[in-house]
Structure formats: C-alpha cells, structure tokens
Design a protein around this ligand. Structure first.
Ligand code: FAD
Length: 108
C-alpha cells in the first residue's frame, strides 16, 4: 500500500478537485450525495488514525460539511486540510486562494 504521505497528497488532489467541479448551487440530491460521500470516505480512508481524526473533526459543532455549493464546499475542504496541516506542523494554506490553486489556476 502507498505510504501515508503519497496517499494523502493524491487524496487531497481528488478531494479538492471534487470541490472544484461541484455545482455552484447543488440540488438536494447532490447535497445528499456529497454528505454521504464524505461520511463514507471518513470511514474507509485507509489510514486509520487519519480517518479517526477526520471523523472527529467533522462531527464537531461548526465543522459540518458545507454542501450547499462549490464556494462553501471548497472553503470547507480547505479548512479541513488546514486542520491536518496544523496537526502535522505544516504551514496553513490561505483559503482565499483555494480556487486559484484548484479550479481557475494562479493569477499572476
Ligand atoms: P499535502 O498536505 O498533501 O497537500 C498537497 C497540496 O495541496 C499542497 O502542495 C498545496 O498546494 C495544497 N494545499 C495545502 N493545504 C491546502 C489547503 N488547506 N487547502 C487547499 N489546498 C491545500 N497525514 C498524517 O501524517 N497524519 C494524519 O493524521 C493525516 N490525516 C489526513 C487526513 C486526510 C483526510 C487526508 C486526505 C490526509 C491526511 N494526512 C495525514 C496526509 C497529509 O495531509 C498530507 O497529505 C501528507 O503529509 C503529504 O503532505 P504534503 O506536504 O505533500 O502536502
């Protein structure tokens, strides 16, 4: 199996890409799908410590997935990623630049 870092980088690419292509205003069905996906994901992610901490974070008041649309989901995913960055002593990412990194490309 891949090591935790390789698995992590590739998974964040997938998760941020999913957020980047999420509709700006999601239908009730799409919101349910996203809630289900994140809930299942947090149970089957094959780094168990990571999955446990992610689940715990997601259940805390205020940290519930924001599935109404792309902007909210993208921000939420960025905040989730920053939570892991903090835990690992990595630099936090400026969530104001989330779309540039994952959707529209950097503006110079
Ligand atoms: P990564 O953190 O993988 O980031 C990849 C790229 O995403 C960065 O280069 C940057 O351009 C961009 N980025 C960085 N932060 C953000 C952000 N906040 N928002 C948007 N884009 C951003 N590892 C552990 O050792 N312990 C854990 O408990 C743990 N839990 C994890 C939980 C989840 C749900 C996931 C997906 C991963 C977890 N990881 C954990 C892995 C960890 O987050 C990193 O993926 C890994 O340490 C490799 O880090 P990296 O420096 O290559 O960059």
């Amino acid at each position: 199996p891949p090591d935790v870092d390789t698995l992590g980088t590739h998974t964040w690419t997938l998760l941020h890409s999913i957020s980047a292509t999420y509709p700006s205003r999601a239908s009730a069905q799409q919101q349910n799908d996203m809630r289900s996906f994140l809930s299942l994901f947090s149970r089957i992610y094959p780094c168990w410590v990571c999955a446990d901490d992610f689940q715990t974070w997601m259940k805390k008041a205020g940290n519930e997935p924001r599935v109404e649309g792309r902007e909210g989901l993208g921000r939420w995913m960025c905040e989730a990623h920053n939570e892991v960055n903090r835990k690992l002593g990595k630099e936090e990412f400026d969530c104001g630049r989330w779309e540039e990194r994952w959707r529209t490309g950097w503006k110079d």
